[in-house]
Write a protein that binds this ligand. Sequence first.
Ligand code: SAH
Ligand code: SF4
Length: 426
Amino acid sequence: MNDHDTEKMSGLLVSSGFSSVDSVEDADVVLLNTCSIREKAVHKVFSELGRLREIKANRANRSMFIGVTGCLAQHEKEKIFKRAPCVDLVMGTAAIQQLPKLVADAVSGVGRVIDTNFYPDNHLFPSVIIQRRPTAKALVTIIEGCNHACTYCVVPTTRGAERHRPVADVLAEVRSLVEQGFCEVELLGQNVNSYQGGCTFAELLFRVTEIEGLEWIRFTTSHPMDFTQDLARAIVTIPKIAPFLHLPIQSGSDKILRRMGRKYTSQEYLERIGYLGEQRDKMCLSTDFIVGFPGETDEDFEATMSVLERVRFDASFSFIYSPRPSTSALRLPDDLPENVKHERLTRLQARQAELTFQSHRREVGNILPVRIESHGPTELGHWLARTAQWRNVHLENNENRQLPFGRLVDARITGAGPHWLRAEVV
Ligand code: SAH
Ligand code: SF4
């Protein structure tokens, strides 16, 4: 979502006469579009600002304007100027369309500029302006904001309540992307399953699949509580929907899930995975885990490990709980020693690495369509591609053919590593 906001911001700047440069040293305006989901992301921003401050200070005869945008800006507002005095501009998540005016003001020398107001119609951003990165898959917003209130999560504060893009807008954007040559889209929302822009999410998927020329449709993210049988049926029956589901569980312990405000039990989560039926084996299933949430006992953590074993996720993203400002989990006593949190995370990630490797090895020998994601071979001589299950493929191209960027080619999977599949063009 953040990447896609950056594409919107690039488009706005290009429309107002800016062009992009390859290095920060050559830039007149530098914007950091930030994430604040975990403390680590925030640290990265301030350390990057330290680097930019040096570059700015060493500029002899040209000025440089530095802006901080996105979730951190939305949350910290003016405080950013105090903590990083080199910053000239602060813009929140919902104020994106104000960017050209803010940059013009900053450049004109009026002093520091800030807009962290909440513009509730930012989900209606005109898609013609978006300047997409050269990726094979195009991102499409369907919902902004989140109506859940998970106790650890800063997103409802930084992005506000849900706003749903009308179906007609979503379909028009996807049609135009196909005309521009994209064959794959990813529908974006904090919780796509709660879509209400004129139909349900399952219906939206059906309507998007009717668009001719589109080959694969992805979506992210799904909240398990809103994952319906209709949606599962759509995923397993519509060939154009990529066989990949990211369904974050966070914890396998019902006590911890309750404390997190996730509104489901681990049993209910497993039932929802069950909606996929036998097709589950053909899909890649991934999840998110938070380890070391306040009050997590050894027993609670074992419950997480046991869900990992039962579902045998093909991939997962796991993080140690990071206390975030303005979240209700801050009130929970967090007295688990850091080394215990790290040990748990290491154990979970080690087991996941084995499961992912096994899941990759099962593909060896198969012939699969893969989408070419690089414009040429890497330094190691292979091309980058992705399967429909979103697995990384290192593609050998022994005949040195020019492979068509963004298009599907058939590949025979010849080997597997923990993070990639090796394959050759057939
Ligand atoms: N809307 C999605 C998640 C968006 S945030 C959902 O509810 O599933 C992406 C992931 O970041 C979450 O799934 C969670 O695992 C992680 N995350 C969010 N807040 C966190 C925090 N305070 N500490 C650690 N991980 C966090
Ligand atoms: Fe955050 Fe929960 Fe909303 Fe996901 S569903 S964005 S974790 S509040």
